[in-house]
Design a protein around this ligand. Structure first.
Ligand code: ADP
Ligand code: MG
Length: 614
């Protein structure tokens, strides 16, 4: 019998990936087995799901099981499943091209890092199948789709540049993968090795696993067990299994409830936030079950988007087995699930913040962007999320974080609002002019370093009835008593004359010049007519042509010696007064973190230096 053998090239990205997989020394390469077993389990989970609604599948009475066979003489390891199998198109699509954006990111990352091949990331991005080539120099895969009209196919490759697909002998539904082991991986043809490797997580595979004819696991969904009967190790191994992770999770939350819904949930926060490393968007990782039957893998619909970093399972008896992916989105039940689980998780975090502050801090450093995203966009959970936000402040040391509740708890008796200021760093904020008055009056100010913080504060407006007020707001009146004009200050008439003169000199760069009620040490300060300076910085970033920043409100400190001397120069009609006024204004802009055009400034500074040096 002659068979047609088609040879196909791997997509470029896959070739790169395989090159890395094959040529990198990897100490934990035994994880390939976990990847392949989880693929087998996924394939059966999918079949299980299809069967719920369309029972007419090939070999419908074939039990869902995984068989592993070792042959120490032939140096082969075989993994078989009775899952959905693959059609020819699916073989090409699933094993010859990178469909997931995650894998693309993975390749980009690896090639960007040069030869530092961090295989710890394999699996994280759904490149699991190719890990077979860490131990095999040839993989032969026999597969038969669950669809009645399918055919038996053989896929084969040495993992170098191409693969072949040919017709195979008739076989039952499912996939059988034969790994022809490399010499240095012969150990995986030994039963003891395989037993040892799969022991760790075989109990999390929701289907029977048999090694050389002996069943090795008792199928039991971990999340349905009693908490007291589960060890920390079991939890960790389970997490590694479902999340394709190599490190233990940062947090774990296992809970069940009967009302308002019957749910059994096991959630994990990973050790790392890959979005933070620039890997593109994290895909959701919580799967939906009904009485241990997988309803939807890594559901997009059930939890809010900002919880996409979570890994785990949610199991609810109430979920109808035949709920379709389309109706999931607007099912009342799903939104109830969402509410209960999200609420519970937020409560858990709140508890962690007080019971394990160090660990919470680690979590906060890595995952705060998600909570902020939620606080900004998710109105349903905003209130709870706000409680979790943490900031540095003028009353805390660098690196020490406080919550809004901490702030409110230590507000002064006559203080009615919450003050915050946005800047690129603690140093910049503290050396700028905006804090002076607050320091003077002993008012605490929250420091925010990210533009999103400003956005959130602007969006929520208040916390527990206390208004959130930006310290660089132009019309800000501080809570405590009005500042009394100092005796050293210029007279009111002089101030009047000086401010109108400044307005004239600065022209369209300012909308207003006035006396400051709050400056202590700085000669001047600017405020944005757009609300806050960070608002203006944001506008600048979006509009690169806005080179000269746009107009500002300038406030001067009438008691400052420099301002007083400037007034004298103005009265003497000294032309240098104008130069000084321009520089004073730009200095204030720089202190506000607003970009001033440095070119014109250099000439002016030289002129000032010349004069100063006599
Ligand atoms: P992932 O499991 O994250 O999707 P893999 O690289 O492990 O990525 O597998 C790629 C794809 O190949 C899977 O999504 C699946 O469609 C297909 N596949 C792999 N193994 C099997 C199998 N045993 N049965 C059916 N399909 C499989
Ligand atoms: Mg996989």
């Amino acid at each position: 019998m002659s068979t047609v053998v088609e040879t196909k090239e791997f997509q470029t990205e896959i070739r790169q990936l395989l090159d890395i997989v094959i040529h990198s020394l990897y100490t934990e390469r035994e994880i390939f087995l976990r990847e392949l077993i989880s693929n087998a389990a996924d394939a059966m989970g999918k079949l299980h799901y299809i069967q719920l609604t369309s029972p007419d599948v090939k070999d419908k009475d074939l039990a869902l099981e995984i068989f592993i066979d070792t042959d120490d003489n032939a140096h082969t390891l075989t993994i078989s499943d009775t899952g959905i199998g693959m059609s020819k198109e699916e073989l090409v699509e699933n094993l010859g091209t990178i469909a997931h954006s995650g894998s693309k990111e993975f390749i980009k990352h690896l090639t960007a890092k040069g030869d530092q091949k961090d295989l710890n990331l394999i699996g994280q991005f759904g490149v699991g199948f190719y890990s077979a080539f860490m131990v095999a120099d040839k993989v032969t895969l026999h597969t038969r789709s669950y669809q009645q009209e399918g055919e038996s196919l053989v896929w084969e490759s040495d993992g170098v540049g191409s693969y072949t697909i040919s017709k195979g002998e008739d076989q039952a539904r499912g996939t059988k993968m034969v790994l022809h082991l490399k010499e240095d991986a012969y150990e995986f043809a030994k039963e003891e090795t395989v037993q040892r490797v799969i022991k760790q997580y075989s109990s999390f595979v929701p289907y029977p696993v048999t090694v050389n004819g002996t069943k090795v696991n008792t199928v039991d969904a971990l999340w349905t067990k009693n908490k007291n009967e589960i060890t920390g190790d079991e939890y960790n191994e389970f997490y590694k299994f479902i999340a394709n992770a190599h490190e233990e999770p940062l947090f774990r939350l296992h809970f069940s409830s009967d009302a308002p819904l019957n749910i059994n949930t096991l959630l994990f926060v990973p050790k790392d936030n890959f979005e933070q490393f620039g890997f593109g968007r994290t895909e959701p990782g919580v799967s939906l079950y009904c009485k241990k039957v997988l309803i939807q893998e890594k559901s997009q619909a059930v939890l809010p988007e900002w919880l996409r970093f979570l890994r785990g399972v949610m199991d609810s008896e109430e979920l109808p087995l035949n709920i379709s992916r389309e109706t999931m989105q607007d099912s009342a039940l799903v939104s109830k699930l969402n509410k209960v689980v999200t609420g519970r998780f937020l409560k858990f975090l709140e508890g962690q913040a007080t019971s394990e502050p160090e660990k919470y801090k680690e979590f906060w450093e890595k995952f705060n962007q998600f909570l902020k995203e939620g606080a900004a966009n998710d109105f349903t959970h905003r209130k709870e999320l706000l409680k979790l936000l943490q900031f540095e402040s003028s009353n805390s040391k660098a690196g020490e974080l406080i919550s809004l509740a901490d702030y409110v708890g230590r507000m002064k008796d006559d203080q009615t609002v919450i003050y915050y200021v946005n800047g690129p760093s603690r140093e910049v904020i503290e050396s700028g002019p905006y804090l002076e008055a607050f320091r003077d009056k002993g008012l605490e100010v929250i420091y925010t370093y990210a533009a999103i913080d400003d956005y959130i504060f602007g969006a929520i407006g208040e916390y527990e009835g206390k208004r959130l007020v930006s310290a660089d707001e132009a019309d800000l009146k501080l809570d405590n008593e009005e500042k009394v004009r100092s005796e050293q200050s210029l007279s009111e008439e002089d101030v009047q004359a000086l401010t109108s003169w400044l307005k004239e000199v600065l022209g369209s760069k300012v909308t207003e010049v006035r006396e400051s009620k709050r400056l202590v040490d700085s000669p001047a300060v600017v405020f944005s007519p757009y609300g806050t300076n960070s608002m203006q910085r944001m506008m600048q970033l979006m509009n690169k042509d806005m080179n000269n920043v746009g107009p500002s409100v300038l406030e001067i400190n009438a008691a400052h010696p420099m301002i007083k001397r400037m007034d004298i120069a103005r009265k003497n009609e000294d032309s240098f007064a104008k130069t000084a006024a321009e520089q004073l204004f730009e200095n204030a802009q720089i202190a506000a973190g607003l970009i001033a055009d440095p070119r014109g400034m250099v000439n002016r500074l030289n002129e000032i230096l010349e004069r100063a040096l006599g």
